[in-house]
Design a protein around this ligand. Structure first.
Ligand SMILES: Cc1cc2nc3c(=O)[nH]c(=O)nc-3n(C[C@H](O)[C@H](O)[C@H](O)COP(=O)(O)OP(=O)(O)OC[C@H]3O[C@@H](n4cnc5c(N)ncnc54)[C@H](O)[C@@H]3O)c2cc1C
Length: 490
């Protein structure tokens, strides 16, 4: 079995040869970090072999689909830190405003080879194909945002977590391996192309001029690897032991809070998986128990040895199985952002109930203003609106209720996706499309038939109140909103 960290992560996107050039270009797009980034390390390796410097290029576009100040601010904070970390390694980071493909092709004119990271959504794949078609040199893609590359895990769209789980588990020994950074580059590239300064994200925000609303949420999330790693370390030391038992409790925040950082590629899921004890998980799988008691640090920092193995396993189930199932979905399902991507049984049963009476109906404006009859839903919407985030269990409830309150399921699908991608900092992710589709039966099974939902799973307020302390959730959201107001947001 190969321990080459690039084996099966690298694929050529065109037939053009490598050539003599001024540098190896890593066109960064998805994996916006300097740490644990296979595309960056592969570029550094090719550069060392060719005795050339590496240049990293990035092209923030002013009109990224569905993005606003909330997303741009977080991304630019992360890029500023990435630029600093690259510079410490002697690697120039060239940021130019423009269409990402134009920036890549322009910087690629002097490159011996263009390395890019992998994007999973349709427009991100299209960008890479456009660069591969337009470039005069070899363009190579390196998978760096999944633990098991999507095509290695499965060659088809999977039905559910239960069908992809064994496939992922079988490949973990091969892919759940640390990635070492190469030594710093000795000579920065001579004649490095010029670009924008990242020192002042506010100035760059002015130039990009994204939609002002939803506004940035720096009080709750500051972008960048360092913040992600601090969150991860705090999670491991303080919350991981309770993750399995308490993660569903909406009034508590037992999760990692890493989804925005994973979405922008500011931390790698491989690093997170290793830090929580992924290597011991693999050893446990191989020993046939699924667990092992002697945890060893994986990335040289805090380890998860104090947490019960079942807590670690629960986190890895979300991070490895659910997250990679979502990527399997957007990779293989045509039209993953459309209602017709839903399973046939789900569409049929929803159709049968499309004319059922809706007890409540709300406009988008009423929803965003959190003015429904349902206080739990209103609190979830307030959490989303003010912080850019929402507890996982409440995301399910939030989406299910919009299905119940919208005239027909197809409209509900478009509406939920629109709100999800607009207000969440982690929106527009593979997880967004898979989870919104889950609300409508994807990766799930038929349940007892009932009005509006047919056989699609239903949720109600009584269930929330029976299982959880919903007053505690209300208090949490009140506190978060007060903090947001204190920070100048209404
Ligand atoms: C209706 C709905 C919409 C959602 N929209 C998004 C979205 O836009 N973006 C997004 O990243 N997630 C989305 N999720 C999935 C999940 O709610 C969030 O990833 C999670 O709440 C983020 O919190 P965390 O980082 O603390 O997660 P943790 O509990 O700490 O889990 C660690 C990581 O595992 C992954 N993960 C956790 N739960 C899931 C899940 N159900 N499916 C896939 N991966 C998961 C995430 O990458 C997460 O960061 C949605 C879920 C639902 C039900």
């Amino acid at each position: 079995m190969s321990r080459d960290p690039f084996a099966r992560r690298v694929s050529d996107l065109n037939d053009a040869p490598e050539r003599s050039g001024a540098y190896v270009l890593y066109w960064m797009q998805q994996s916006q970090r300097a740490v644990c980034n296979h595309a960056l390390e592969y570029a550094a390796q090719r550069a060392a072999e060719k005795r050339l410097p590496v240049v990293v290029g990035f092209g923030p576009t002013a009109d990224y689909p569905e993005a606003s100040a909330r997303h741009y601010r977080f991304m630019l904070e992360g890029l500023r830190e990435t630029g600093e970390a690259l510079r410490e390694r002697g690697i120039p980071f060239v940021v130019r405003l423009g269409r990402p493909t134009d920036v890549a092709l322009d910087l690629g004119k002097d490159a011996a080879v263009i390395v890019c990271d992998r994007g999973y959504l349709a427009h991100l794949r299209q960008w890479r194909y456009d660069v591969a078609r337009g470039a005069a040199c070899r363009v190579v893609e390196v998978e760096s945002d999944l633990v098991v590359p999507v095509e290695e895990a499965s060659s088809k769209q999977e039905y559910a977590a239960r069908t992809i789980r064994p496939k992922l588990h079988r490949r973990l020994r091969e892919f759940l391996v640390p990635l070492d950074a190469r030594k710093p580059q000795r000579q920065p590239a001579a004649g490095t192309p010029g670009g924008e300064s990242l020192d002042d994200p506010d100035r760059l925000m002015e130039k990009l001029a994204p939609a002002a609303e939803p506004a940035a949420v720096p009080r709750f999330f500051t972008g960048g690897y360092r913040h992600a790693r601090e969150r991860l370390d705090r999670f491991i030391s303080d919350r991981l032991p309770d993750y399995e038992s308490a993660r569903n409790e909406p009034g508590l925040d037992v999760g990692t809070g890493l989804s925005p950082y994973l979405h922008f590629g500011q931390i790698s899921s491989l690093e997170v998986a290793l830090a929580v004890g992924g290597a011991e998980f693999v050893a446990g799988l191989e020993a046939g128990s699924g667990t092992m008691s002697h945890a060893r640090g994986s990335v040289g920092m805090r380890t998860a040895s104090h947490a019960p193995a079942s807590a670690r396993d629960a986190l890895l189930e979300e991070l490895l199985v659910r997250r990679e199932l979502a990527h399997n979905f957007v990779w293989y399902a045509r039209g993953y952002d459309r209602y017709d991507c839903l399973p046939q049984w789900a569409r049929a049963t929803l159709q049968e109930h499309a004319d059922d009476r809706r007890s409540y109906r709300y406009t988008d404006a009423q929803l965003v203003a959190a003015q429904t009859h349902d206080r739990h839903w209103n609190n979830a919407m307030r959490e989303m609106r003010e912080t850019g985030f929402m507890h996982n269990y409440m995301r399910m409830y939030w989406g299910k209720k919009i299905i119940e309150w919208t005239d027909d399921p197809e409209q509900a699908f478009a509406r939920i996706l629109r709100l999800n991608n607009r207000w969440f900092l982690d929106g527009r992710d593979a997880n967004s499309y898979a989870n919104v589709s889950w609300l409508f039966g994807l990766h799930d099974r038929p349940w007892t038939e009932r009005p509006v939902f047919g056989k699609v799973r239903y949720m109600n307020a009584a269930g929330l109140e029976r299982k959880f302390d919903m007053d505690r959730y209300q208090a949490k959201v009140d506190r978060l909103c007060a903090e947001a107001r204190g920070a100048g947001r209404s």
